[in-house]
Write a protein that binds this ligand. Sequence first.
Ligand code: C2E
Ligand code: MG
Ligand code: MG
Length: 715
Amino acid sequence: MPLIVILDDRATNRKIFSKLAASIESGVTVRCFGDPQELLVWLEHNTPDLIITDFKMPTMDGAKFIRRFRAQPNSGEIPVIVITIYEEREFRLRALEAGATDFLNSPVDHQEFTTRARNLLKLRKQQIQLASRADSLERELKDSERSREEALRDSSERLAQVIDTVPAIIRATDREGRILFTNAYQAALFGIDLNEAIGLGLPPVLGEDHVRRDKAFDRKVIDTQAALPSFEEEIVDASGTKRVFLTTKTPLRDCSNAVVGVLTSSLEITDRKRAEDHLFYMAHHDTLTALPNRALLTDRLRREIARTRRGDRPFALHLVDLDGFKDINDGLGHQVGDQFLIEIAGRLRSLLRETDTIARLGGDEFAILQTHVTHNEDAADMASRIIEAISAPWLHAGERVTSNASIGIAIHPNDGANSEELLRNSDLAMYRAKHDGGNVFRFYASDMNRRARASLVLDSDLREAIAKEQFVLHYQPQITLKTGQVIGAEALLRWQRPGYGLIGPSDFLARAEENGLIVPINEWVLREACRQAKSWRWCGQPPIRVGVNLSSIQFFKQNVPLMVTKVLADTGLDPWLLDLELTESIVMHDAEAVAKDLQQLRELGVGISIDDFGTRYSTLTYVKHFPVDRLKIDQCFVRDITTNPSDAAIVRAIVSLGHSLDLEIVAEGVETIEQTALLRIEGCDEAQGFYFAKPMRPEELIAFVSENRIQARTA
Ligand code: C2E
Ligand code: MG
Ligand code: MG
């Protein structure tokens, strides 16, 4: 209902105007005031829809009244009509300035009064409606915003709950490794307070090594701005329990896409690993005796063969077959037969040293891999003890059960180059032992005298070889897997032995290490390799580094850093173009002295690689303590990498651990495109093998490298 207010000091006017106002439309309420002051007070608490005021009033003129009215809050939208008898512009201007909406001349024309008033009321009504529409719209908007916010808060709370409860470590760290966020699972696992962890590094509970490795991985993510492939890691939790996790690291970006840290998530896979380990165990052990089976023995043989290639002592393979086991089985029953085999397994196991391996090959056949066999007598001694252990009587149900053993022995490298040959030859020797009546051992080759004579000839031939310049070096290219470019070449020794043709290191190196000739021979190798590398011209292309194999004997018999310094000075080769390949056995002997030598070599600027990596049992622990640049994964892990998951896992572990120590990883003996592809996926940096190139003469190498560069340029 519209409310109209009339202000006039004269009662007649008030009467006329209120009558007119009431006639505008039905339901109009009119209030009349004679005193502007009184009206102003009233207006503080009331809101009319229209004010009609006289201009000329004794206490306050219309302009002043309007100004004071407009000064009140919320008065701006209420229309005010001023009635004036003066036609002068000046009054109207004053009224307008004060905030009047319209004018009427006095005496008032009735028609005009009602029309103007009606129009202004209509306007006012529309304004009110608009305002209330806007109001409700605003309210609706606010309501919907609130509900969106609530929904968002709800879902992020739910998300946080999920993040907190999933059985996975989730954390975000900044570029300096400080924790920005961590979930409750991680906090509980590490025994830390969720809130106190923020802003700190990883908790010391994890161990120094773990923390350092984690930092190195984070650095890699930040540097490359890319996620790392998932990797497995072991974590000992606050309660001391070992758990296995599959960890993924991805860059953490801000809204402008800049990398501000690392997001780490680790899924616990302890159970899966346990199942895998169990399967692995089952696949590699004999269920009856719990001894390793043929598969595991073959694997150990493979490693042992790789180890003896350089420096390490030969090993013996004893093939043990029980004499008369069939009688026990047939006479006393299978169950007793089984128990007897378990008894024998236990006795044989007690004869072994830690590095030896015993396996049950099937039935009553066992094999023992005996390491560190310096002389044949070592193997003979072991065989005698085996015979003695087996022939001791076994008491079963008050009865003495006895059996004997026939043993065939093959010694690597002389009696076989690979596991099949060694197994075959020890088997042949075992049959000879059986043929000779059993309860004895036989060596594969009985003509040991001939062998001893051959060694003597080899000794004198080797001595001559240096003087007569019969040694040559072949070079095998090393390829960067990322680009396919040749980055280095390994010098491999060959001997042009009169009457034998060109022979490889496996035919003479072991002997040279035994008789000490390896020292002058290898010194020649180093000098020759440096001399040739210095002479290579790469026509403005970057030079390639040369790899030289060193023998552990050298470290015991000569001052290697001094020798290397002299050779570098004499040949003028840049030290950083020389890469020395050492085996793990070198660093294992006298760790402190070797560490000092390696440190000196490193200070010269030469590179240091660990060759045949993975074939020793020492794992990575020592690598941390030596200045090493590169790990060369031995061929025995590369050979079956595409078919044998445990080999692939070993390679993956070497790559990830190596990279965390900032080492380059080189794969050796790469023979196929499939191996190459997999190695690339596993993150190997470099590769070497017949797939890329066989070892070649120096002039062939130069042609090969130029060809490779042309291909790379035109590819
Ligand atoms: P290494 O240092 O591991 O060298 C790699 C060996 O693997 C070389 O055998 C090479 O010819 C062979 N090879 C490379 N790619 C493949 C492949 O794809 N498939 C297969 N089946 N074999 C591959 P090599 O030349 O007979 O040398 C044997 C070992 O003799 C070397 O193993 C190294 O330990 C030692 N050796 C070689 N030259 C020297 C030397 O100058 N000094 C010393 N101390 N040892 C040396
Ligand atoms: Mg090598
Ligand atoms: Mg090697």
